[in-house]
Write a protein that binds this ligand. Structure first.
Ligand code: ATP
Length: 458
């Protein structure tokens, strides 16, 4: 499990494969508090001593309480939580739009808490752009000038800023709208202008506060996909606020779940879904569209019905009989998936005295990669009698997704409902007939091994 309920002092969490020594976070937040009210520091003291948000309410609103987390360079970090949980306050603390009552926030190693107004403006101009839920466009400037606005603040020359703004308008699908005023555009189009403006400013960090919430579902989906695409292309660090769990799961490399001003869990979408830290998170995720969060790699099982190409037909047949299945994957010596053999074909081959199963090889009906969402597997699973094969970049068979696993993944049920695993597809030839052909007694499934090839030709 890689998810954490962030612990005090644990600011530099890193992703698998990275080491703390080689990666410095883009943003590190440590024990940060934000209290609205007349005596905020007093409230922090009481919170530190264990007072609850409710208990201090008379003195002020504790919007963000003892929050520690870090955002790695190049990741999409989503902050999710119900309305009022403190998400907007938190994201605005990162760029100084809200001051921080207590604690530390660093951006690329520079402490943000305590910077002057001028320094904060520079930070927002040069390092962190923000996309707001309600666009925040300048109503009397053209669409093009709105997109170029950040560049203007950065002092970029007019010709270059027009060119860059034009480029980004085209990227977000608004070519041709340059000279219009924002008010002439639909909500979805205005949001695209906001996004183009943020990307045009070319800051390393993008802060997005409910940036897609005003969009209708189809456009919203499109924008989510476009954001992921742009992020992969440009390797920006993105902090994205949403109260929509499916959006969080789709976008987030990691997700922080907030409740009543505190972060209650940080983890990958898979961690949050399969290993919620508490009942609150569990309730939150119960309605999530699991098919669009879990990948083939998350749910795949070790392939059982597999024989190497060097195994003869007798071995293949014995394997299928013992596993009570009618098909078997065939792999090369380097575990590359070559295809499948069927029980009927192999039975015939044994009777005919054949020795090379690759002569009876059929193409594998469905093959996916480990990072494909299981929503993409259903059609394949319906069309194919065999479990969906999962291969790596070198086409090696690394797992299978049987239909039962796919269905169980949707509801978080265990896949094993009986003691004996059912291996798809069911036999088309009886075990007795196979045993008679092989001239031996059935072995237990657990004992199914590969006989050396010289046994095959006896
Ligand atoms: N300027 C302010 N003055 C006083 N209280 C505030 C201010 N801004 C936010 N709050 C309070 O802080 C708490 C957290 O609000 P915040 O807007 O950060 O939550 P949120 O999770 O972003 O909610 P939403 O999704 O509704 O925007 C709320 O109780 C809110 O009323």
């Amino acid at each position: 499990m890689t998810s954490t309920t962030e612990q005090p002092g644990v600011a530099g969490e890193v992703r698998p494969g990275e080491t703390p020594d080689t990666v410095s976070p883009a943003i590190a937040v440590s024990h940060a508090y934000k209290v609205f009210g007349r005596r905020p520091r007093e409230v922090v003291k009481r919170l530190r001593k264990g007072a609850t948000r409710e208990e201090v309410r008379g003195q002020g609103t504790a919007a963000v309480i003892d929050t520690s987390f870090s955002v790695n360079q190049g990741e999409i970090f989503v902050v999710m939580g119900l309305s009022g949980s403190g998400k907007s306050t938190l994201i605005r603390m990162l760029n100084g739009l809200n001051d921080t009552t207590d604690g530390s926030i660093t951006v690329f190693g520079t402490e943000v808490v305590g910077l002057s107004g001028q320094e904060l403006r520079e930070l927002r101009r040069d390092r962190m752009s923000m996309v707001f839920q309600h666009f925040a466009l300048l109503p009397h400037r053209s669409v093009l000038d709105n997109v170029a606005y950040g560049l203007e603040l950065q002092g970029v020359a007019p010709a270059e800023r027009r060119e860059r703004a034009q480029h980004w308008l085209t990227r977000v699908g608004l070519g041709g709208w340059e000279e219009h005023l924002p008010g002439e555009l639909s909500g979805g189009m205005q949001q695209r202008v906001g996004i183009a403006r943020a990307f045009a400013a070319d800051t390393d960090i993008l802060l997005m506060d409910e940036a897609f919430s005003a969009l209708d579902p189809l456009i919203r989906r499109e924008m989510q996909e476009q954001l992921v695409e742009l992020q992969q292309e440009l390797n920006k660090t993105i902090v994205f606020i949403t109260h929509d769990l499916n959006e969080a799961m789709f976008l987030g490399d990691r997700i922080a779940v907030m409740r009543d001003g505190r972060i209650v869990q940080v983890g990958t979408p898979n961690d949050i879904l399969t290993d919620p830290a508490n009942d609150y998170v569990a309730q939150f995720v119960q309605d999530v569209d699991r098919a669009r969060v879990l990948t083939a790699g998350d749910v795949m099982e070790p392939p059982r019905a597999v024989v190497p190409a060097t195994a003869g037909p007798r071995t293949a047949l014995r394997t299928m009989r013992d596993l009570q299945t009618s098909a078997c994957f065939v792999t090369s010596s380097s575990r590359k998936l070559l295809g499948v053999v069927r029980d009927k074909d192999v039975l015939r081959q044994v009777r005919e005295g054949g020795t090379d199963i690759t002569e009876r090889l059929r193409p594998t009906p469905s093959i996916v990669k480990r990072d494909q969402y299981i929503s993409e597997l259903f059609e394949l699973a319906v069309e194919s009698p065999l479990p969906v094969a999962v291969t790596d970049d070198q086409d090696r068979l690394i797992g299978v997704v049987p239909r039962v696993t796919l269905l169980a993944a949707l509801t978080d049920l265990p896949t094993m409902t009986t003691e004996i695993p059912i291996i798809e597809p069911t036999p088309t030839v009886s075990a007795a007939m196979i045993s008679e052909t092989l001239g031996d007694a059935p072995e237990s499934a657990a004992g199914a091994g590969f006989a050396p090839e010289n046994e095959e030709v006896r």
